[in-house]
Design a protein around this ligand. Structure first.
Ligand code: TXA
Ligand code: MG
Length: 351
């Protein structure tokens, strides 16, 4: 399949170009487009054949449901059976933005995109290209992240191109995404709100807005007793680079010493090893491949660079990598959730 590439200025999207992409959506095609979180792979949410093609292009298991993207709160009426009060509060506070709500689905939503569930995920993105694309397509757009299933989510055009070129109709190149972490998912389909996935919006943002306690998510590795629910997609190993990644969790001295020892062992066995860490650690690892995520003083920078660095490990043929942990940062739980998955839960911790 030929994939058309369309470069569009994210700050001032050209509506005639967006109309070309909207035509593809209207005709039942697949378009990858930037959102403020990560790139999405979109199709008309009400077209069962088009949404099925998303699963084929991604190699995604059919029981893993998709997020429906809207441009206007009025579109909610086509998507959910009723709009719960918690949904209204959260939507008023955070839409457009990096928040996905799980609500009871309307009859119009094809079962194919909910994995047979009675609930549906819905989000109103803030990215100008995403918004204009939804408006001009005159429909809600179902879109998972625009990566092959099991690969890291795409935060730049090149990531989408590597995974999906020749598999979909069109890719909009709108440059790097602003945030780089997928949306926070909150299930408001019954009386007890539950966080299913963390993103830029933290548990505190959600519980303060709703003015009541919220359940979940399970993120910290020492939190073994927590039986909080998760998004179905979270059961799959996710976000994985080809390198064998391990998280080193402990005090700074422990991190440095452990990584140095592992690098010596890797050298002996002629394994191409690398370190992932904050800008603050760069000097210490000056004579080994070091991937800086950014400064600890700017957690949003670390989140933004995370997926790009996982992609770079692959491009550089790294076989083994060790990363610093960031549980202590403001959005550290969301960052570490992705890193834990990328590391397939391999964690080297201080005794
Ligand atoms: O930021 C984002 O959320 C990006 C952009 C493109 O909007 N999308 C994204 O989609 O990350 P995806 O498909 O990679 O992740 C969606 C997650 C999956 O883990 C899926 O299982 C969960 O949302 N999900 C979707 N519908 C659900 C439902 N009805 N109940 C529970 N979880 C659901
Ligand atoms: Mg995904």
């Amino acid at each position: 399949m030929f994939t058309e590439i369309l470069a569009i200025d994210a700050k001032k999207p050209d509506s005639s170009l967006i109309d070309r992409a909207a035509d593809v959506i209207k005709q039942g095609g697949l378009v990858a487009f930037p959102t403020e979180t990560v790139y999405g792979l979109g199709a008309n949410a009400f077209d069962g054949t088009a949404t099925k093609a998303i699963y084929e292009a991604k190699g995604r298991p059919s029981d893993n449901p998709l997020i429906v993207h809207i441009a206007d709160k009025k579109m909610l009426n086509d998507i959910c059976a009723s709009v719960p009060e918690d949904a209204v509060k959260l939507a008023n506070a955070f839409w457009p933005g990096p928040l996905t709500l799980i609500v009871q689905k309307s009859e119009r939503i094809p079962a194919a995109i909910t994995g047979g569930r009675e609930t549906v995920a819905v989000r109103m993105p803030s990215h100008p290209i995403a918004r204009m694309l939804i408006e001009r397509s005159q429909t809600a757009i179902a879109a998972p992240s625009a990566n092959r299933s099991g690969r890291p989510s795409p935060s730049r055009f090149s990531h989408v191109y590597e995974d999906l070129n020749r598999r979909i109709d069109m890719i909009i190149d709108g440059g790097d995404v602003p945030l780089g972490l997928e949306s926070t998912i909150v299930d408001v389909s019954d009386a007890t709100p539950k966080i299913l996935r963390l993103g830029f919006l933290t548990k505190r943002h959600i519980s303060e807005t709703l003015n009541k306690p919220v359940i979940g998510p399970k993120t910290k590795m020492d939190d073994k007793t927590d039986t909080a629910p998760k998004a179905p997609g979270m059961k799959y190993q996710h976000y994985a680079p080809k390198a064998k990644l391990s998280i080193v969790f402990g005090k700074e001295d422990f991190f440095i010493q452990t990584v140095k020892n592992r690098l010596i062992m890797a050298k002996r066995s002629e394994t191409k090893a690398a370190v992932i860490g904050s800008e603050e650690q760069k000097e210490i690892f000056c004579n080994v491949p070091f991937y800086s995520l950014g400064s600890r003083n700017h957690p949003e920078e670390i989140a933004h660079n995370l997926y790009d660095i996982l992609h770079q490990l692959d491009a550089d043929g790294i076989e083994e990598a060790y990363t610093e942990s960031f549980y202590d940062l403001d959005i550290g739980d969301a960052i570490m959730d992705r890193l834990e998955r990328a590391a397939a839960f391999r964690i080297i911790r201080q005794e």
